[in-house]
Design a binder for this molecule. Structure first.
Ligand code: ATP
Length: 638
């Protein structure tokens, strides 16, 4: 994904507040939308009504695509396929089976969601732009299928779709239709907005920031992406259902590629990651299409057919170049520049800091499922080969619960590869990793996380689309239960509030509360590293893998970190620590394991390892003077 299509800032983790405060924007925005839709039929011309009705119809697939692209970061070029499946299935159910409207509509939506599930099952395992290519292919398959199939009426399509009736009133004019569709668009909008703020929504955007980090915190990224793909298809199909009602004909134009492009344009113009942006984008594209149909033939006399597509292409390029965050981002930037908004942000920051100062810092909770000294992690014959390179060679180790194991070795010794195999980020070529009696090697990182193993990363994996407390909140993912459905229905405010409070408490243990509401991407490197440790601790792990936690930290920050690790060990947490600061490792660890060239050359208490000649020579090189100096330094530190 290029930067220009990277979703916009998903947002701050909203404080626990009243229903009104948390939902003010949705309620005001929804109220204005409903009021407009009530009034428009009395004031608008018939061409304007046409634009508004189609904008409301296409707002539904645009909201769905926005969830997929803006939240999950998956580009789809086949939204028209699901739109068409919804429209055609609905039309067939009504005209050929005489089913009642709501049943036919439900079958139309379900059919599209089923196709999305079947297509998504293999596709969601792929990375990069494969989904875009595959959905493009799906769009063509659906387009050709409806043209060639008798049931779908081939090129003529399906005619005579009956108008819906509500309490016996036929919805037979545009005004009634607008009132008919508005509640569905508003409900769809509220469900989508709720989802973006929910545990599942925040997890989706975390996956988009760093799939590895999200997985390591227990997010089943595959299942979550699949769910949002199916959901997105459902939104598209509902749009198709309303389209069939409004036009009373379903023809192959509903499945054409340019429809997918215009839905994509709605999302990009509105702003990726903004549900309101998708609705605004739907209106803009309808107006734009209407304008282009008049302007383009004036510039290019004789231009006929879908001439507005030329304008769509130009606008798409201009938006990506000039307004990569779309209208939503432009509005937010403008709003933040207003003196009123600036003052309020400053006041909010002050209020948060003042509240934090009054509370006593506590140690994050620790999970201790086995008695101290019992084996918690058993590594047996662990090996990783990359062609001729043996990064880790037949390493066997046992880590007793409630201890700190320091894993050291020179650059390229295989420490990170070892970590990656333990946490599930890499599949071993040979050997097993057993954690709490369960073999976890070769399984995805979220499996290890679900057993209570969490890690940090040598190359930081920050969730840049949210703030610092939002990052730590993601560490609580495993502790929460609300899924996509509960998130959409907004039934998790209590759970979210509790986890937000817990996240603040954990930030206190690292003296990071002042930065809690800052954007995570703006944090200095050292603080980002400390934030990652807080995020890992938020999961209340039984085993914590720390990959170079001291790198980039100031002297004071190192002391805070070392003190925290000691206290955590005392509380019963097991820690495996990869660190280049050998002196720190020797002073912190109960046991030290030394890797050299992928081979475990020493394992024992710090004193034994420090004096092991194999370690001195292999770890420090063959330069004996250097070895002497380093040994002396270690002696002094001890
Ligand atoms: P450092 O302290 O510098 O981070 P390390 O001890 O963590 O080093 P690893 O990153 O695990 O070492 O690398 C171990 C060896 O495996 C190195 O020789 C490295 O070049 C090699 N290696 C790691 N990943 C790959 C890969 N994807 N393909 C080929 N070789 C790799």
């Amino acid at each position: 994904m290029t930067d220009s299509t990277k979703p916009t800032f998903v947002g701050k983790l909203a404080p626990r507040a009243s229903f009104w405060t948390n939902n003010k924007g949705t309620l005001i925005g929804g109220g204005i939308l409903v009021a407009l839709m009530l009034v428009i039929p009395f004031t608008a011309s018939s061409s304007m009504m046409n634009i508004v009705v189609f904008a409301m119809i296409f707002a539904l697939p645009a909201i769905g695509l926005n969830l997929l692209m803006g939240l999950a970061g998956q580009v789809s070029l086949g939204q028209a396929a699901f739109f068409a499946i919804g429209a055609y299935t609905h039309a067939i159910m009504l005209t050929k089976l005489d089913l009642p409207g709501p049943v036919a509509a439900a079958i139309g939506v379900a059919a599209a969601m089923l196709v999305a599930l079947l297509v998504g099952l293999p596709l969601m395992r792929l990375r990069g732009h494969y989904l875009a290519l595959a959905t493009l292919g799906l769009g063509f398959i659906v387009m050709i299928a409806v043209r060639e199939w008798d049931v779908t009426g081939r090129t003529t399509g399906i005619y005579g779709i009956p108008r819906p009736t509500v309490f016996g009133i036929p919805i037979d004019n545009s005004g009634f239709f607008l009132w008919f569709i508005t509640p569905f668009v508003v409900i769809g909008l509220v469900l989508a907005l709720n989802l973006t703020r929910s545990r599942a929504g925040r997890a989706l955007s975390a996956v988009n920031d760093s799939e590895l980090a999200a997985e390591s915190l227990g997010v089943n990224t595959y299942a979550l992406r699949l769910k949002v793909f199916v959901l997105s298809a459902g939104f598209a199909a509902l749009g198709g259902v309303f389209y069939a009602y409004q036009v009373a004909i379903v023809s192959p134009t509903t499945a054409e590629f340019h429809l997918s492009v215009s839905i994509l344009l709605m999302v990009v113009i509105g702003g990726l990651g903004s549900v309101w942006g998708a609705v605004a984008g739907a209106f803009l594209v309808q107006f734009l299409g209407e304008g282009m149909r008049e302007v383009i033939p004036a510039i290019f006399p004789g231009a006929t057919g879908e001439v507005q597509l030329l304008g769509y292409g130009i606008v798409l390029i201009l938006v990506i170049l000039l307004l990569p965050g779309g209208l939503y981002q432009a509005t937010i930037t403008l709003w933040r520049k207003l003196p009123f908004a600036r003052n309020r942000r400053a006041a909010d920051a002050h209020a948060t800091a003042a509240e934090d100062d009054t509370t006593i810092p506590q140690l994050p909770a620790v999970s201790t499922p086995v008695a101290a000294g019992e084996p918690i992690l058993v590594i047996s014959g662990l090996t990783k080969r990359y062609g001729g390179v043996v990064a880790v060679n037949d390493v066997s180790l046992t880590v007793p619960a409630g201890t700190i194991l320091g894993l050291i070795g020179p650059n390229g010794a295989g420490k990170t590869t070892c970590f990656n195999m333990i946490s599930g980020a890499l599949t071993p070529t040979a050997g097993t990793v057993t954690f709490l009696g369960q073999v976890i090697s070769g399984k995805k990182p979220h499996v290890a996380a679900s057993h209570g193993l969490t890690r940090t990363f040598q190359n930081l994996q920050v969730f840049t689309s949210t703030d610092v407390v939002g990052n730590v909140y993601m560490g609580r993912y495993r502790k929460g239960r609300a899924g996509v459905l509960r998130g959409m229905l907004g039934l998790q405010a209590h759970e979210q509030g509790a986890h937000r409070a817990a996240s603040y408490e954990i930030l206190k243990s690292m003296r990071l509360t002042d930065a809690a509401d800052d954007s995570a991407s703006a944090l200095p490197f050292g603080k980002q590293r400390m934030m990652e440790v807080c995020r890992a601790l938020a999961a209340e792990p039984a085993l914590l893998l720390l990959d170079e936690p001291m790198a980039g930290l100031s002297g004071h920050e190192r002391d805070v970190m070392a003190e925290l690790l000691r206290r955590l060990r005392t509380a019963g947490l097991t820690i495996v620590l990869v660190e280049h600061d050998v002196a720190q490792v020797m002073s912190l660890a109960d046991h030290v394991a030394v890797l050299d060239d992928g081979v475990l050359i020493a394992h024992g208490d710090p004193e034994t390892v420090r004096n092991d000649p194999a370690v001195v020579v292999a770890y420090l090189g063959t330069d004996l003077d250097e070895a002497e100096a380093e040994l002396n330094e270690l002696e002094e530190h001890a």
